[in-house]
Design a protein around this ligand. Structure first.
Ligand SMILES: [Zn+2]
Ligand SMILES: [Zn+2]
Length: 239
């Protein structure tokens, strides 16, 4: 209650920005303008039962990329389609210092995926880590903010110590999918004891090629975590 009032007071003096239009949100306590509320497209059925991507064809149960492929995660879900609107918003969230967007995004994740995440009975939420030098430059890890917001709302612990990024992965864009995944996997390390973790949910902002999530899932499974799921804000439509 006290923190609610405190936050509303802060909103008056430092109005937060709307994740969609980036204008100041004029009503204290609100996280997004009323007009922008339905701008991001929620993923509805049919979606890939493996990775959560939206599917165009009702007759399909998995996307092209999951069909016949052994994914390292058990299952994943996304809230929104990763279209241009969301792409621009996430760009500002990551590179434009708009860390406050995390409040709205994590609320969306809770509303849309909270029931599913609870049903998995996870021991922890694990954000995809950022390399130390990037973290220093940016000041925050966007996946970490989403995990913190979601963990708090769902009452699930967030573990930032489990997965750490050791190497730098700067030339990712020029690599093919498999190389990309190998490269990334080498950069990820297990940072602490995971004996008590059986079910975990990886948290990231987006799922596009799937190489980041798969590298992380593979790393965690090698360490003995049986069930690795993931939840993201946006997933790219690939079919
Ligand atoms: Zn707006
Ligand atoms: Zn899929």
């Amino acid at each position: 209650m006290v923190s609610d009032i405190f936050e509303r007071t802060l909103d008056i003096f430092f109005p937060r920005r709307c994740p969609v239009c980036d204008d100041a949100v004029d009503v204290p306590g609100r996280l997004i303008c009323a007009d922008c509320e339905s701008a991001f497209k929620e993923i509805k059925e049919p979606y890939c039962l493996k990775c959560g991507r939206p599917l165009k064809d009702d007759a399909l149960t998995e996307c092209d990329e999951c069909t016949g492929k052994k994914q390292d995660f058990r299952r994943g879900r996304a809230v929104f389609e990763y279209d241009d609107e969301l792409k621009e918003s996430i760009y500002r969230f990551k590179y434009g210092g708009r860390r406050e967007y995390a409040d709205h995004y994590s609320a969306c994740m809770e509303r849309s995926l909270g029931g599913w995440i609870r049903s998995l009975n996870p021991d922890a939420l694990i954000p995809i880590p950022l390399h130390k030098s990037r973290l220093k430059k940016r000041g925050y890890n966007q996946a970490g903010l989403l995990a913190d917001g979601l963990g708090k709302k769902l009452g699930i612990p967030v573990r930032n110590d489990v997965l750490v990024r050791s190497g730098k992965t700067t030339v990712q864009k020029r690599l093919g999918a498999q190389e990309r995944q190998n490269n990334l996997k080498k950069a990820l390390k297990i940072g602490s004891d995971v004996v008590k973790l059986k079910n975990i949910v990886l948290i990231d902002d987006i799922y596009t090629t799937g190489s980041t999530i798969n590298s992380a899932a593979s790393c965690l499974r090698d360490a003995g975590i049986e069930n690795v799921y993931f939840a993201v804000l946006g997933a790219a439509n690939k079919n």
